[in-house]
Design a binder for this molecule. Structure first.
Ligand code: NAI
Length: 344
């Protein structure tokens, strides 16, 4: 039976992985701690490791894993900015789950948007306190408004469809526009200037880091609602605070945050929040923060476990894993992998 060290394990991960793993002859060793240079020793003796968004799979960790004879890193998520993919080449195979429920993420983005603009988060707290006043709860219709979708892959396109269902005008920006999407692609600056709502669905790369930052604040339409369910560092959090204080940004819906790895997925109630930027954002009435939960549906958890187990099995079977990442480029969408299944 193959042994897989499973890092950053949460109670909700275990049932699906145990069920799919047992059926496939894989045994998972669940560790609550994250993978890092300090914890990599736990993987000694295992055939593979399974990691999530905040495990730190840097060059040193990859070298240690390779030294232990660990041959595969299985990401149980789509994004892979936490893995030094280029360094992995020739040392350790890296696989991911390209899609597990793009609907889960797109629907969460819309849930955040509706909660924010219809003040549901405020109303919920008020009525629990038997306060039935409507003061300060005025929202606005989505119908007829313009939404800018940045990144029109699986999630972005579903979100665009949901917005169309609300009667919104959709503007799109993508570095690699999809000819068959039926979307109206515009330059990024035009999207920023004309959108009442902007939702980010592109990956985090050197190019997209701080896509919304100090330089872009002046380009935004006044009162814009920003939604980020993609990766935290797409938005410069300190610039966001400035944008909200100056009223340029009307509201922010954040499922991800630049420095989330130190905070998200943990219970800090009863503690003093050490992250002043996050504390400031959460203190604002027009900011909603969820802790990277957009993926968290039963359907997605099951799909994640099923695909991860299949990825691992395909590797142990013949050394050719399904859903292997590109090692020589960080642009999975544009490389020849789309045609040949390999970019190497
Ligand atoms: P995808 O790979 O299907 O789509 C990404 C799109 O971004 C592609 O169309 C690509 O061409 C575009 N893109 C790449 N570079 C760009 C750039 N520089 N500027 C603009 N667009 C660019 O990915 P998918 O499945 O739609 O996921 C999107 C993101 O959502 C992921 O990168 C991941 O970070 C995040 N995610 C968040 C989850 C959560 O629970 N909050 C769960 C799953 C994914």
């Amino acid at each position: 039976m193959y042994q897989i060290a499973f890092f950053d394990a949460k109670p909700y991960d275990r049932p699906a992985f145990e069920a799919h793993g047992a059926a496939a002859g894989l045994s998972f060793r669940f560790f609550e701690t994250r993978l890092s240079v300090d914890t990599v020793e736990l993987a000694r003796g295992c055939d593979g490791v399974c990691v999530f968004v905040n495990d730190d799979v840097n060059a040193a960790v990859l070298d240690r894993l390779a030294g232990f004879g660990v041959r595969i890193v299985a990401l149980r998520c789509a994004g892979y900015n936490n893995v030094d993919v280029r360094h992995a080449f020739g040392r350790v195979h890296v696989v991911h789950v390209p899609a597990y429920s793009p609907h889960a993420v797109a629907e969460h983005a819309m849930a955040l948007l509706l909660t924010s603009i219809r003040r549901i988060h405020k109303a919920y707290i008020r009525t629990r306190d038997f306060n039935f006043s409507l003061d300060g709860l005025t929202g606005f219709d989505l119908y007829g408004k313009t939404v800018g979708v940045v990144g029109t892959g699986r999630i972005g396109r579903i979100f665009a469809d949901i917005c169309r269902g609300f009667g919104m005008k959709v503007l799109a920006f993508d570095k690699f526009p999809a000819a068959d999407s039926g979307l109206e692609y515009v330059p990024l600056d035009r999207l920023l200037a004309e959108s009442d709502v902007i939702s980010l669905h592109c990956p985090l790369t050197d190019e997209t880091r701080h896509l919304i930052g100090r330089d872009s604040l002046d380009k935004l339409k006044k009162g814009v609602v920003l939604i980020n369910t993609s990766r935290g560092a797409l938005i410069d959090a300190e610039a966001l605070i400035d944008g909200i204080k100056s009223r340029r940004i009307g509201a922010a819906c954040l499922d991800v945050y630049e420095e989330e790895s130190d905070v998200f997925f943990h219970d800090f109630s009863g503690h003093i929040m050490g992250d002043d930027v996050l504390a400031r954002l959460i203190s604002m009435p027009n900011v909603i923060v969820t802790s990277h939960q957009a993926f968290l549906t039963n359907e997605a958890l099951n799909n994640i476990a099923e695909t991860t187990v299949a990825n691992l099995l395909s590797f142990f079977r013949d050394g050719q894993p399904d859903n292997e990442l590109c090692y020589r480029c960080d642009r999975i969408e544009s490389c020849r992998r789309a045609r040949s299944q390999r970019c190497f």
